[in-house]
Ligand binder design. Structure first.
Ligand code: ADP
Ligand code: MG
Length: 246
């Protein structure tokens, strides 16, 4: 089933294009990596697809509809530094936000909403921190809370912007296992990944981007030296690593 269709998407900041003319057709039930160097436009691509930024040209359809019509079906985990971790709010309150799309105007979370929240906290092994202020958590714990919020939303498509940054190896493994569970349920997961480690292990498909779309498709086919060189043009240290990785 086709879940995301992006046609000729261009997003600019102050007249400088961050991504140009991107076309993508994405089917469900896959784990998809969005790969490219710093400043390549990975976060911009997600925000453009989700309608968080004004787009210059192009069209985005999710499940055949405009994004605003299918918000319940979409979870977004922002890049960690874009979230205000000093905001005085408890773990439980962050995760319950995942239920907001389901509440009626002025509605309060139902018993069912509350049990979904607690269940999500169990899944990420953070239940005992439910009353803790988020600012008192470690980086890995914060990322688990983001994931719990996304799980509580019970959506079909997950956008995760660098979920493995600043987390310990154990948390990375736990997060990835939950992502695989989501995939088994037929969900689609797009993950911005900032380096070239574990690409073959993690992703069914990859989107290689550096302002323009370099390549998109099955990891086996797309993760080639030629494509990586195009994506990371000029970045010698990364290109040297490619030899070990391929
Ligand atoms: P990535 O996530 O791949 O590191 P981004 O999508 O964050 O890249 O950024 C792509 C380009 O757009 C970069 O050159 C960045 O400096 C620029 N950019 C990102 N956000 C803004 C913004 N809010 N205002 C102006 N320029 C921005
Ligand atoms: Mg980014």
């Amino acid at each position: 089933m086709e879940v995301i269709k992006v046609k000729n998407l261009t997003v600019t900041y102050n007249r400088k294009p961050a991504i140009k003319g991107v076309n993508l057709t994405i089917n469900n039930g896959k784990i998809i990596g969005i790969i490219g160097p710093n400043g390549a436009g990975k976060s911009t691509l997600i925000k453009g697809i989700l309608g968080f930024l004004p787009i210059d040209t192009g069209e985005v359809k999710i499940l055949g509809k405009n994004v605003s019509e299918v918000l319940k079906k979409i979870s977004y985990i922002p890049q960690k530094e874009q979230f205000d971790w000093d905001f005085p709010i408890s773990v439980y309150d962050v995760v319950v936000m995942g239920r907001y799309p389901y509440l009626s105007l002025f509605g309060h979370p139902s018993q069912n909403d509350k049990s979904i929240v607690l269940n999500s906290l169990e899944k990420v092994e953070m239940i005992k921190y439910k009353d803790t202020q988020i600012r008192n958590l470690s980086g890995g714990q914060q990322q688990r809370i983001f994931l719990a919020r996304a799980l509580a939303q019970q959506s079909d498509i997950y956008f995760m912007d660098e979920p493995f940054v600043g987390v310990d190896a154990k948390t990375e493994k736990a997060i990835f296992e939950l992502i695989v569970e989501l995939k088994k349920e037929g969900k689609t997961i797009l993950i911005v990944h900032h380096d070239l480690s574990r690409i073959k292990e993690y992703f069914d498909e990859i989107i290689l981007i550096n302002q323009t779309l370099i390549a998109y498709g099955e990891t086996e086919k797309v993760f080639t030296r030629e494509n990586i060189e195009k994506t990371y043009s000029g970045q010698l240290t990364i290109l040297q690593k490619v030899n070990q990785l391929l």
